[in-house]
Design a protein. Structure first.
Length: 202
């Protein structure tokens, strides 16, 4: 299982949480992800709003990999794991995460924490080559990208077979064609219906 991100804090707006509320909720989410065997969490802006140090501490404590291929520190190094590889039966799956370059509260939760967001399509092109070199036959993107970024990526990076999640929950919770691959969002437009997609590979 994977999470596309923006899970841990209800809003990136400052002052929206009572003291300790965000950390307590994040602890519950991480414990649940560990129990369910999550393969990874793509880091969104609402996850960064927890604070970089608490986010890393909770993820490490619950052994949940944090993913982001285009979130980097001041030295230009990835802040989290850019990608991971899973062997599922007879197929090797490459998984990577991306964050939009235009999230709300970019200054507070990205710039002020010494981070930067690289252009997602360019980073995706690099990542898919690395995953192909690892022998991956299926490449999955977990996304906090907006619609324009997603559609451009799926056209320009045809090696991505499946994209899950968006920054705006504005697309479809049903599996739909996009570029040469497929897309499904995690939530509907009202953020009320959680998507669970089961994909059979033959």
């Amino acid at each position: 299982m994977l999470d596309a991100g923006n899970l841990l804090v209800s809003s990136p707006q400052a002052g929206s949480e009572r003291p300790g509320e965000a950390e307590a909720r994040a602890e519950v989410f991480f414990a649940a992800m560990q129990r369910m065997g999550y393969a990874g969490l793509n880091v969104g802006i609402q996850d960064l709003a927890l604070g970089l140090a608490p986010l890393r501490k909770l993820a490490a404590a619950h052994k949940v990999p944090l993913l982001s291929a285009n979130l980097v520190d001041r030295a230009g190094k990835p802040v989290f794991v850019p990608w991971l590889v899973r062997d599922e039966n007879v197929i090797k799956i490459g998984i990577f995460g991306l964050l939009t370059q235009t999230p709300p509260e970019l200054g507070r939760w990205v710039v002020d924490q010494g981070l930067a967001v690289r252009e997602p399509v360019a980073e995706a092109k690099v990542v898919v080559q690395q995953l192909r070199a690892q022998g991956c036959q299926l490449i999955v993107l977990v996304s906090q990208l907006n619609r324009q970024e997603l559609e451009r990526l799926m056209e320009e990076v045809p090696e991505v077979n499946l994209a899950l999640g968006s920054a705006q929950a504005e697309l479809s919770t049903q599996l739909m064609p996009m570029g040469r691959g497929f897309f499904a969002d995690a939530l509907d437009r009202k953020s009320t219906r959680l998507n669970s997609s089961h994909i059979t590979i033959s």
